[in-house]
Design a protein around this ligand. Structure first.
Ligand code: AMP
Ligand code: MG
Length: 411
């Protein structure tokens, strides 16, 4: 832990992140999967190409293959054979001769160039070349895309659809990947009802577990949903014990403050080593992190925006480390802010912004308006966070601010 992390009061955001990551152990179990089943898994091996791509010189056009030297005497060559994709011409092609060739077909060994069929006149077996050619025209050279032995994918890479295609094109049929993580979700609160149920006076619909499940699925993580647990010591304890026995990580929302119905802390003091942090970030001040007997624990605040922002900024970073995935690279830009922003020094703000390009072609960011931590629609309208450092005061329209573009997990 660095020095800043031992300071009293609110824990700086960077310290919370660093402290949390230092306690995360990546999974080690791997499995071997056929590539057709490997989408979104994290590679547990480097992949070097077993072959050249393309694996042989081949034609980029439908036309005629020849040796450029042949055209020095006459621009009419005799047609002596055909090379098709999958049925190469293996005979000789002497000076003054040419071969009919199709796109992707292997170049005959005596030929070095291809002319497209639109640029020749064919009369029976006499092919007249109408334009001047360059050596190697329309030939795709062996290994010009990928060379044998070249590293194409690295351990820690999460396999995309394109990667699966690349693996197939290299003839790789199976890959070694890390096993998927399982995360247990728990929503706490007597007021929470599921969509479809009837609300009593004072009730609200539970939304956090739905947002979190969707984001976890985008992270390629299995979810076990424990639903809504009432604000009661024994019920919460029983749910946490069951969740801990089934998952790599347990994520709860709600009940992490110091209200009369906030039992998360007392339960966890009983079960594991949990730190309750007041992080110098907004939204999201109360946040719990620590270890249960078998899993790690993230206690998110109940407010929907706070839950989502702490999950996105803190928990996802820890979960990707646990998955063995390469470090997330989020895109940060410095742009002009066209709204006045309220802020007082003390906490790092993740305000919701809309990044657009104005009529002058300049990227500008505006606020989504009200930044209340219960207003989920402020996030739905946004496409970026306006990240304001802790010491920053209010922002006047026209000032330059730092924005973090929404990544694939949040958008
Ligand atoms: P808490 O952290 O439990 O004090 O909750 C803070 C606020 O977030 C309260 O207004 C709760 O009703 C609300 N809240 C807590 N959990 C959820 C949830 N799962 N979905 C939607 N709102 C919630
Ligand atoms: Mg609550």
């Amino acid at each position: 832990m660095s020095d800043c992390c031992s300071a009293p009061g609110l824990l700086p955001f960077e310290c919370a992140l660093e402290n949390m990551l230092s306690q995360i152990t990546p999974v080690t179990e791997t499995l071997t999967l056929p590539i057709a089943k490997a989408l979104n898994y994290v590679l547990a091996q480097d992949i070097a190409s077993p072959l050249n791509v393309p694996n042989h010189d081949n034609s980029a056009m439908d036309g005629y293959a020849f040796a450029l030297e042949s055209l020095t005497q006459s621009n009419t060559l005799s047609l002596v054979g055909r090379s098709m994709a999958g049925a190469p011409y293996e005979g000789e092609c002497k000076r003054g001769e040419c071969i009919r060739i199709m796109t992707g077909a292997k170049m005959p060994s005596d030929c070095d160039s291809v002319e497209m069929q639109e640029n020749v006149q064919a009369q029976e077996n006499h092919i007249t070349f109408l334009t001047e050619k360059q050596l190697g025209s329309h030939v795709r050279k062996t290994g010009e895309d990928i060379q044998r032995g070249q590293q194409v994918l690295t351990q820690g890479h999460q396999l995309s659809a394109i990667d699966i295609g690349i693996l197939a094109s290299l003839g790789v049929s199976n890959v070694q990947v890390y096993r998927k993580l399982t995360v247990a979700l728990i929503a706490t609160g007597d007021e929470l009802k599921l969509p479809g149920q009837t609300l009593k006076s004072g009730d609200i619909y539970e939304s956090n577990s739905f947002v979190l499940r969707a984001m976890l699925e985008k992270l390629h993580i299995n979810v076990v949903d424990f639903g809504v647990i009432e604000d009661d010591f024994e019920s919460i304890k029983a749910a946490f014990i069951r969740a801990d026995s089934q998952a790599d990580a347990v994520i709860s929302s709600g009940g992490v403050s110091v209200g009369d119905a906030d039992y998360t802390k007392t339960v966890l003091d009983d079960l594991g080593e949990i730190g309750f942090w007041k992080i110098a970030m907004k939204p999201g001040k109360p946040f719990a992190f620590g270890k249960l007997p078998n899993s790690v624990f993230f206690g998110l605040p109940g407010n929907p925006v706070s839950a989502l922002v702490t999950f996105h900024q803190l928990a996802i970073v820890a979960l990707t480390k646990m998955q063995n995935a390469q470090e997330l690279k989020r895109t940060n830009l410095q742009v002009k802010c066209v709204s006045d922003l309220k802020k007082s020094p003390g906490r790092m703000d993740f305000q919701r912004g809309v990044l657009t390009v104005n009529e002058q072609g300049e990227s500008v960011v505006s606020s989504t308006g009200s930044q209340g931590s219960g207003i989920l629609s402020s996030l739905a309208r946004a496409n970026c966070f306006i990240v304001l450092p802790a010491e920053q005061d209010k922002v006047n329209a026209g000032e330059i601010v730092s924005v973090q573009l929404f990544d694939q997990f949040i958008s």
